[in-house]
Design a protein around this ligand. Sequence first.
Ligand code: AVJ
Length: 321
Amino acid sequence: MEQSARPHGRADPAAIGSDFSEALIAGLSAPQKSIPSRFLYDAAGSALFEKITTLPEYYPTRTETDILRYQAEEIAAIVPAGAVLVEFGSGSSTKTELLLERMDKLHAYVPIDISSAALRDAKARIAERFPELLVMPIEADFAQPIVMPPEFSARPLFGFFPGSTIGNSRPIDAVALLASMRRTLGPDAHLIIGADLKKNVRRLLAAYDDADGVTAAFNLNLLARANRELGANFKLDQFKHSATYDMRNGRIDMHLVSLREQWVDVGGHRFHFDAGEQIHTEHSHKYEIEGFHTLVSEAGWRPQVVWTDAERLFSVHVLIA
Ligand code: AVJ
């Protein structure tokens, strides 16, 4: 939900008891403070993320798009006539168009997203560009079990989960999510999924802490959002963005670091921050191809094909249910 700015200390009554409010208060009450990464994507955060995808340091989007463009013919050959393409967390559906261009025998496209605005825009654009294609958006959180329209149950289903969004989940949760997608798609389904690869740490750190500070603004928007939506009083210049690489777990961790000892009010609760105390805001796991194969196998998927770019920065996998 989009909301206009309001003075500190006056919360929007409709937002009290909201998902964000509950998660934020719970996350800041824990000994290790954290905010779930899904809250990064309000309207302002989504716009900042779109900007991140164009940064020279942020290689994943560009690299995955190149892989998909290069392999589009081959992907289209795997997708039989009359199939249904189901995208988990479709957002702007930009990468999807690369596939749809080649899939002239596709029956339907089912974008799944929590943003009704994103679904509306994507549906309008895709329906206009591919007039033969049935577009049936589902407004839902892809982390929850989703019921496919029954009229598609006899058709070959192709899941599409690009962007290395799977990397935001800890391995144990990633397995659960992949298993849930397998149940949603049913027997004989395929899943086309993007996974970011392990690489030089300096390169990884630059991608999550760019020179222009766009990623910093994206991360700090969580606090700005709490001020806007919940009447919190975070002082944005008293926190800074940090991205570190956890070698043992093979992941980038984003934090917001308190620059001094301070108190912050959120929805009737006061939270204390020590100088240097961190709020964890995002995990972004990086995989080796083998490790990713192990992960998907634990969820019951069978790896069919994997493509990477020449620099081996990113991988796109086709899995069979
Ligand atoms: C959209 C989750 C794939 O982890 O690389 C970008 C989000 N965070 N810069 C990622 C993100 C910081 C992104 N994903």
